[in-house]
Design a binder for this molecule. Structure first.
Ligand code: NAD
Ligand code: DAU
Length: 360
C-alpha cells in the first residue's frame, strides 16, 4: 500500500531507548554520535562483540550518562533476551531510562575480502545473528530496523544508466552479499509471518571517520600517511556509489521514525565514481602524483558497478543527502585520518600483512 500523501509519515515511531548492534563499528559508531547530537532525548544501549572491526574508542566523546555499552555477541540468544527483557532503569544519577523500544541492527561481518578468504563467520553473524535478534524482538514486540547493503542486488554494467531500485531482483555475487541478502529475507519473512514491526534500508558505499583501514578509502589514505604505496585492484574501472556516513545516519533515522513497516528503502547520494578516479583524487589531495600507486590483483568475481536510485526515501520520507561535495568530503576524511593516527595505527601493519597474503 503506497501513501497518497507525500512527506506524511505512515508509521510514526518515537524511540526513547534504542539498542544499536555493532555500535562500535564504522557506521554504528557514527550513528551513535549522530543520535546523541541530534536527538538528545534518546538513550542508547550498544551491543558489540568488539571483533577486529569494533573499537570502543570510536564512541569516545559520547556522553557516558546517555548510553550503556555491552560487550557481547548478537548470536548469544540468552544475552540478547536478557537485554531486551529489561524493564526501564535509572542512570547512575537517578534519571529514568525507558525500556528498549527499538533495535537498529548494524552488527555484521562487513568486508568482502575477508568473506572471500573465509565465508563462515559471515553466515554466523549476518544470518544466524539476525535471526537471533528477530526472535527476541518478536517476543518483546520491539520495532526493528535492519541495515543492509546495495550489494544484495548484484552489480550493474559499467556502460548503462541503470540503477538499483527497491524492485530490483536479488542477485548477490559474493559470500558477504549473499549473507546480507539472506538476512534481508529473514527480516521480511518475520514481518509477513509474525507481524514483527520491521523496516530495511539498503545503502551504497559509505566513507568518513572511524572506517577500518581495510576498506578502500581509508586504506589508501593510511598507506600514503605511512609511506606505503596506494593499491588499486585491477584496472580500477569498477564504480561505487559513495555516500558520506552522516547522510546514511540521517537516512536511517528517517526510516526508523517515519518509515512504513514492512518496507525497504534504498539510501544513496548519486555519488558514482570509478575506483581509479577516487584514488587519483586522494593522491592529489595528499600532494602526491596521481600516478603514484600500484596495481594489485582484483577480487575473484569482483562486482563492476553499484548505483542506487534513492528517489523513494526522498519522495516519501523527505530525506535528502547534505554532504554531496565529494572532493570536500574526501578532504575532511583525509584530515580525520591524519589527525587520528592513534585510532588506526595499531591495525595498519596486520591489515597490510593480511592483504599481502591475499595478493592485494
Ligand atoms: P564494520 O565492520 O565497521 O562494523 C561491524 C561492527 O559489528 C563491529 O563493531 C563489530 O565488532 C560488530 N560485530 C561483528 N560481529 C558481531 C557479533 N556477532 N555480535 C556483535 N557485534 C558484532 O561494519 P560497517 O561498515 O560499519 O557496516 C555496518 C552495517 O552496515 C553492516 O550491516 C553492513 O553490511 C552495512 N553496510 C555497510 C556499508 C559500508 O559502506 N560500510 C554500506 C551499506 C551497508
Ligand atoms: O556497497 C556497499 C558495500 O560497500 C558494503 O555493503 C560493504 O560492507 C562495504 O565494505 C563496501 O563494499 P566494497 O567491496 O564495495 O568496498 P571496499 O572498500 O572493500 O572496496 C571498494 C572498491 O575498491 C572495490 O571495487 C575494491 C576496490 N579496492 C579495495 C581495496 C581495499 C581497491 O581498488 N583497492 C583496495 O586496496
Amino acid at each position: 500500500m503506497q501513501s497518497q500523501n507525500q512527506h506524511v509519515p505512515y508509521d510514526l515511531c518515537k524511540p526513547q531507548h534504542i539498542l544499536v548492534t555493532g555500535g562500535a563499528g564504522f557506521i554504528g559508531a557514527n550513528f551513535v554520535h549522530w543520535v546523541m547530537k541530534n536527538h538528545p532525548e534518546v538513550y542508547i544501549t550498544v551491543l558489540d562483540a568488539l571483533t577486529y572491526a569494533g573499537r570502543r574508542s570510536s564512541l569516545k566523546g559520547c556522553d557516558e550518562s546517555r548510553y550503556t555499552f555491552i560487550h557481547g555477541d548478537i548470536c548469544d540468544a540468552q544475552l540478547v533476551e536478557q537485554i531486551l527483557a529489561q524493564p526501564g532503569k535509572r542512570t547512575y544519577d537517578g534519571r529514568p531510562i525507558a525500556p528498549i523500544d527499538a533495535v537498529v541492527h548494524f552488527a555484521a561481518e562487513s568486508h568482502n575480502d575477508n568473506a572471500i578468504a573465509d565465508p563462515m563467520p559471515f553466515l554466523q553473524t549476518n544470518v544466524t545473528g539476525t535471526a537471533v535478534l528477530l526472535q527476541a524482538v518478536r517476543k518483546h514486540h520491539i520495532r526493528f530496523h535492519h541495515i543492509s547493503t546495495d550489494e544484495v542486488y548484484g552489480d550493474l554494467s559499467l556502460d548503462s544508466p541503470e540503477k538499483f531500485t527497491e524492485h530490483s531482483p536479488y542477485r548477490p555475487s559474493s559470500p558477504y552479499a549473499a549473507s546480507k541478502a539472506a538476512s534481508d529475507h529473514l527480516v521480511r519473512s518475520w514481518f509477513r509471518t509474525y507481524g514483527v514491526p520491521v523496516t530495511i534500508s539498503n545503502c551504497s558505499n559509505n566513507f568518513g571517520p572511524y572506517q577500518h583501514v581495510e576498506k578502500f578509502i581509508p586504506r589508501q589514505i593510511t598507506n600514503i600517511l605511512t609511506g606505503r604505496p596506494a593499491k588499486l585492484y585491477g584496472a580500477g574501472l569498477a564504480v561505487r556509489d559513495w555516500i558520506a556516513v552522516d547522510d546514511h545516519c540521517a537516512a536511517v533515522w528517517a526510516v526508523l521514525t517515519r518509515g512504513k513497516l514492512g518496507e525497504t528503502y534504498l539510501i544513496g547520494a548519486n555519488g558514482e565514481h570509478s575506483n581509479l578516479d577516487v584514488l587519483r583524487l586522494i593522491l592529489t589531495c595528499m600532494g602526491k602524483d596521481e600516478h603514484d600507486f600500484e596495481h594489485v590483483a582484483d577480487r575473484p568475481g569482483a562486482d563492476r558497478r553499484y548505483a542506487l536510485d534513492a528517489s523513494k526515501i526522498e519522495r516519501e520520507l523527505g530525506w535528502h543527502p547534505q554532504h554531496t561535495q565529494f572532493e570536500e568530503q574526501i578532504e575532511r576524511t583525509i584530515a580525520w585520518y591524519a589527525s587520528h593516527q592513534e585510532w588506526w595505527i595499531h591495525d595498519k601493519a596486520a591489515t597490510e600483512r593480511s592483504y599481502q597474503l591475499q595478493g592485494h
